[in-house]
Design a protein around this ligand. Structure first.
Ligand SMILES: Cc1cc2nc3c(=O)[nH]c(=O)nc-3n(C[C@H](O)[C@H](O)[C@H](O)COP(=O)(O)O)c2cc1C
Length: 324
């Protein structure tokens, strides 16, 4: 029995987000309010194979292996990968199992052109047969439960065509980002489509869990959306920005500024420990999210933008403390 079957419904998951939900951010969230499921950033399955088997890169020097590192508190945790090649998916699934992951997720929704050019991510919505092959390859290669994260269609909503083949391949769960590929993130997520997805799921394969995703602000919002739509759980992405307390039920505005700055600093220290290192500029997304919504936020943010280390940030916070 996999962790998926043990979850109490409704459950709430951390969204996989490249350069956001790295080990440093996940550790921060784990301490402040755990989601029911952690997710890694996505990792290229082809890249894993190439760096480890062709280039023979040492794991401790391999950035892709860094992106698959996780702490003991971040459980259950699902590794997300992308590829269009069954043999690469099989390779990554075996590796994820060896690394001790609880689940294995295949990205079938990413609209990034570099991913789509490899016929991976959202491009798989145009090739359901290939998508099913990938699910089967992962299921055969490892004992990990396999899940899918996708969207409601490519150019237009096409749940009637896209969902049944996925459901028939019997993944443990499907996360639906309730927008099409074409919509990117430019329109509000269409949660009303989740009812239709639930109907299809109930008809084709009631055992598959359905997770809704898109624009969920906080836990109250997540609960309301799940209960209105009838899905099993919700996934929160941008709602975690600046609010690592979100899974403890806090709204962003409920946290005093000093506590936010302390969390940001802790994140910066954790970020610096990632090995091999990530460029410090990546942290700036978080800075923008934490340092907002109070008098003087813009000035403080501007100062942080010049910071190149956690130490720089600490000095800026110390200097600002009398003001906040
Ligand atoms: C910066 C950023 C990085 C993302 N990286 C990934 C990723 O690695 N894998 C994935 O499946 N989705 C990724 N997404 C999409 C999110 O997981 C999620 O589907 C999307 O943000 C909508 O949910 P939200 O409105 O709760 O943020 C990313 C989104 C953002 C904003």
């Amino acid at each position: 029995m996999s962790f998926w079957n043990k979850l109490r419904k409704p459950f709430f998951a951390m969204a996989p987000m490249a350069d956001v939900t790295d080990a440093a951010f996940r550790a921060l969230v784990a301490k402040r309010g755990k989601p029911d499921i952690f997710w890694t950033e996505f990792v290229s399955a082809d890249g894993l194979y190439y760096t480890r088997e062709v280039k023979k890169m040492k794991d401790e020097e391999n950035p892709l292996m860094r992106d698959l590192a996780f702490g003991a508190e971040e459980r259950p945790i699902v590794a997300q990968v992308f590829s269009s090649k069954p043999e690469m998916i099989a390779y990554a699934a075996k590796l994820a199992e060896k690394l001790g992951f609880d689940g294995f997720d295949i990205n079938m929704g990413c609209p990034d052109r570099t991913i789509e050019k490899q016929c991976a991510g959202a491009a798989l919505m145009k090739d359901p047969e290939r998508a099913v092959e990938l699910i089967r390859a992962a299921q055969e290669a490892s004992a990990l439960p396999v899940s899918i994260k996708t969207r409601v269609g490519y150019n237009k909503e096409s749940l009637d065509e896209w969902l049944p083949p996925l459901l028939e391949a019997h993944p443990a769960a499907i996360t639906l980002h309730l927008r099409t590929r074409k919509e990117m993130s430019l329109v509000p997520a269409q949660w009303e489509l989740m009812k239709k997805a639930v109907e299809i799921r109930n008809r084709v394969n009631p055992d598959v869990l359905l997770i809704g995703n898109g624009d969920v602000q906080d836990l109250d919002d997540a609960r309301a959306r799940v209960s209105e739509s009838g899905c099993d759980g919700a996934m929160i992405g941008r709602g975690m920005f600046g609010n690592p307390w979100v899974f403890a039920g806090r709204k962003s505005e409920d946290t005093p500024l000093a506590e936010k700055l302390a969390a940001l600093l802790e994140l910066a220290h954790g970020f610096e420990k990632l090995s091999p290192p990530k460029h410090f500029a990546i942290l700036k997304k978080h800075i923008k999210a934490f340092v907002t919504g109070f008098d003087g936020a813009a000035e403080l943010r501007a100062k942080f933008m010049d910071a190149n280390s956690a130490h720089d940030m600490e000095k800026i916070i110390d200097a600002a403390t009398p003001l906040i």
